[in-house]
Write a protein that binds this ligand. Structure first.
Ligand SMILES: Nc1ncnc2c1ncn2[C@@H]1O[C@H](COP(=O)(O)OP(=O)(O)O)[C@@H](O)[C@H]1O
Ligand SMILES: CC(=O)N[C@@H](CCC(=O)OP(=O)(O)O)C(=O)O
Length: 297
């Protein structure tokens, strides 16, 4: 429905109904992870940016963490660089990390910053490398080799797991009512640039900030069951079962693991929602209508 179809009185009612929600989040920090798949359409991306500015305007402190998996894939393909995933993570060699950084901290980051600023906000685009914000260690994963059935280590290259978050820079930005827009890159102890899964990065930031809420925006309505029906709420225990039995797979695994991590770090409300739906953020925060999957203890 567009504004033309809502009477001025209904518009006023809608605003009034948002008041208790605005009060609940007053001066609170909310981390919003904007997935690469959700950023597709320009009008939805601009609506997303407008929602972020509205949050800032209502005395909420939004922190945006973005992905960009599909955008990295497009650039790698254009350059003729092959890319593979293992355990849901991109195997990142020396040539790939250069492109990952160029796409995430460059084009994707600046596009989101541009849209937020166009909507009247003051966004600042950074990666986890800035201000030594996120230090990571090289990710180690093992996999069962289907041929031999033996567990073996996978070398993911320049891929990292966040180890330490320094909030100095973020707290400064938030204090000045600037909107941080973060690309999921980190630095290793040795000074290497590491590619971090954007969900994992968002969880680390939300946990360190003790954010009130973490919203993960993706391209599906939330966590789906075996018959592709939305699961509106999911306990940590049941989420683990769904990962173990394969109902939750691929890119949904780091998302759900991030939700579990964030809850354990004290983030109060963690949801996976459809970022392709216009104003998904406002619906989630300012109405009683939860749309995606709420993960809880
Ligand atoms: N149980 C599940 N419910 C919903 N999506 C799932 C599930 N298992 C796997 N997926 C996949 O996870 C994808 C979301 O992860 P990903 O592609 O990494 O998104 P993003 O770019 O938003 O991080 C969905 O598009 C879907 O293909
Ligand atoms: C290690 C790893 O896999 N990093 C991701 C970072 C981007 C990301 O996570 O983007 P989405 O949220 O859009 O999936 C990658 O290279 O694709």
């Amino acid at each position: 429905m567009t504004d033309q179809h809502i009477s001025p009185l209904d518009q006023a009612r809608i605003l009034s109904e948002a008041l208790p929600h605005m009060q609940e989040y007053d001066e609170e920090t909310i981390v919003i992870k904007y997935g690469g798949h959700a950023m597709g359409a320009e009008d939805t991306a601009k609506a997303f940016a407008r929602d972020i500015v509205l949050l800032e305007q209502t005395a909420i402190n939004p922190v945006v963490v973005h992905g960009g998996g599909p955008q990295i894939a497009t650039m790698l393909k254009r350059l003729g660089i092959q890319s593979e995933f293992a355990a849901g993570l991109r195997i990142t060699d020396a040539a790939t990390i250069e492109i990952v950084e160029m796409v995430l901290a460059g084009s994707v980051n600046k596009q989101i910053v541009g849209y937020i600023n166009e909507a009247g906000g003051k966004a600042v685009g950074l990666s986890g490398k800035d201000g030594n914000m996120v230090k990571a260690s090289k990710t180690t994963r093992t996999m069962i080799d289907p041929g031999s059935n033996i567990e073996k280590a996978i070398d993911l290259g320049f891929v990292g797991d966040p180890e330490k978050v320094d909030l100095t820079l973020l707290n400064q930005l938030i204090g000045y009512e600037l909107i941080p827009v973060l690309a999921p890159l980190a630095t290793s102890k040795e000074g290497q640039t590491l590619n971090v899964n954007a969900d994992t990065f968002a969880g680390a930031i939300a946990g360190a900030l003790k954010a009130k809420r973490l919203l993960l925006l993706t391209d599906v309505p939330g966590v789906l069951d075996k018959s592709k029906k939305l699961i509106p709420d999911l306990s940590i225990k049941d989420a683990r079962k769904l990962i173990a039995d394969g109902t939750i797979s691929g890119g949904m695994i780091p998302k759900v693991e991030t939700c579990i991590y964030a809850l354990e770090q004290g983030v109060q409300g963690v949801v996976i929602i459809d970022g392709k739906m216009q104003h998904a953020v406002l619906l989630e925060l300012f109405t009683n209508q939860g749309t995606g999957t709420l993960i809880h203890k």
